[in-house]
Design a protein around this ligand. Structure first.
Ligand SMILES: Cc1cc2nc3c(=O)[nH]c(=O)nc-3n(C[C@H](O)[C@H](O)[C@H](O)COP(=O)(O)OP(=O)(O)OC[C@H]3O[C@@H](n4cnc5c(N)ncnc54)[C@H](O)[C@@H]3O)c2cc1C
Length: 320
């Protein structure tokens, strides 16, 4: 199967979609305003965690498929993916999380919980060094014959003449590019510190918690989170928020209190009532949408990308 295809967007969704298309034999070019290293995807924590994305049944299917792929990639250090043990813990009883069975999570022994926490789940999850992982995806795309081009589209109409098939993977950019007012930016900020020796991840999973608190160890550094600011499009790091993130994480892991700060990261989660994975015909061009993955773009990426390929293949084959 071969077709001339332009994927708009070079975040984790655009790159993964482009890799799947190129490896299935499609002729693919990725056009993006921001290169992979400066996208929201590069700012993500990141761990496999189906957070802030809908609808539940599709999120389960896409998350499970992505878990399978990321777990396999975890065998190769060069990908930036590592399989790490850790816990999600809650300050109030919260019952079994929906995803617990997908990762074979087991309840924590009460004596192993952090102070102030009453319930928790332990499991092994992919933890991803996003800048390294995006480099890996870019290399894999090039190896499969795909190209990358720096370009900002002012409207989807400008893109339509570029190829027979266009795949829209523009995240929060879809609000302006195709006028989808249901896409909201939920700003997230992280602090990256030198790793004082932490080897397990931690995530506060208290329902309706006012603040996000999580700790994702990567080998040399630890990513500390976070914030969740609705309809805030400001990508400049906020110094007060950064201090607060470190304070909350140090309350969980005291060794983090004096860990030297390496970087601050900010990204805009593309939150939508439901992920949009849908095809339409616009002026004779097959336009496939793949955006709105909220706080779980990494977690949904392979499941969504593979579904895009399957749907496009069926649509192209059905076209006389
Ligand atoms: C702090 C933080 C922590 C997170 N942690 C996790 C986590 O642990 N696990 C997880 O699964 N998810 C996590 N997320 C969510 C995840 O980062 C997002 O869901 C994901 O990055 C969205 O990817 P994307 O490719 O759709 O968008 P983006 O990464 O934003 O990429 C969009 C691309 O489209 C391009 N574009 C937009 N408009 C145009 C245009 N008009 N013309 C040309 N190009 C355009 C952009 O330049 C960019 O290249 C986190 C997010 C944040 C902010």
């Amino acid at each position: 199967m071969s077709a001339s295809t332009v994927v708009i967007g070079a975040g984790v969704i655009g790159l993964t979609t482009a890799v799947c298309l190129a490896e299935a034999g499609w002729d693919v070019r990725v056009d993006a305003e921001l290169p992979p290293g400066t996208t929201t995807s590069a700012a993500a924590g990141a761990s496999w965690d189906p957070f802030l994305a809908e609808p539940a049944d599709l999120v389960e299917r896409w998350s499970r498929e992505t878990l399978r792929v990321l777990s396999a990639l975890g065998a190769d250090e060069a990908t930036g993916v590592r399989l790490v043990e850790g816990t999600h813990e809650s300050r109030v009883p919260r019952g079994v999380p929906a995803w617990a069975g997908w990762v074979d999570a087991r309840p924590c022994d009460p004596q192993d919980l952090r102070p102030g926490y009453v319930e928790g789940w332990g499991y092994r999850a992919p933890v991803i060094d996003m800048p390294q992982y995006l480099d890996y995806l870019t290399g894999r795309l090039r190896k499969a014959g795909g190209r990358l081009r720096s370009h900002r589209y002012s409207s989807i109409e400008e893109a339509l003449p570029e190829a027979a098939v266009i795949v829209n993977c523009t995240g929060t950019g879809s609000r302006a590019l195709i006028g989808d007012a249901s896409v909201q930016a939920v700003r997230g900020q992280l602090v990256v510190v030198e790793n004082p020796g932490i080897e397990t991840f931690f995530c506060d999973d208290t329902p309706d918690a006012e603040e996000l608190t999580y700790i994702y160890p990567q080998s040399e550094v630890v990513v500390l989170g976070g914030t969740s600011d609705w309809d805030d499009w400001d990508v400049r790091p906020d110094a007060t928020a950064a201090l607060d993130i470190v304070r909350r994480c140090a309350a969980i892991e005291p060794s983090l209190a004096d860990a030297p700060v390496v970087a601050h990261r900010v990204g805009l989660r593309p939150v939508r009532p439901v992920v949009r994975l849908e095809a339409e015909n616009r002026a004779g061009t097959l336009l496939m949408h793949n955006y709105g993955h909220g706080g779980a773009g990494v977690t949904l990426s392979w499941g969504c990308a593979r579904e895009v390929v399957d749907r496009l293949r069926a649509l192209v084959e059905a076209t006389p």
